[in-house]
Design a protein. Sequence first.
Length: 49
Amino acid sequence: MPQIKCSVTECKWNNAIECQAPMIQVDRNGAGQAEKSDQTKCETFKMSS
Ligand code: SF4
């Protein structure tokens, strides 16, 4: 897994602004084709408890 910098610190996989998940899944954020990064989303996000 390459280093992934992620600022979503409330995710349970996040440690010191870095993703620690063994694999992540990223999908389009809505229908059709993404044209900008904000039209994608991390599906592996999980709220930390
Ligand atoms: S799983 Fe997604 S949201 Fe969570 S730390 Fe990794 S990249 Fe960020």
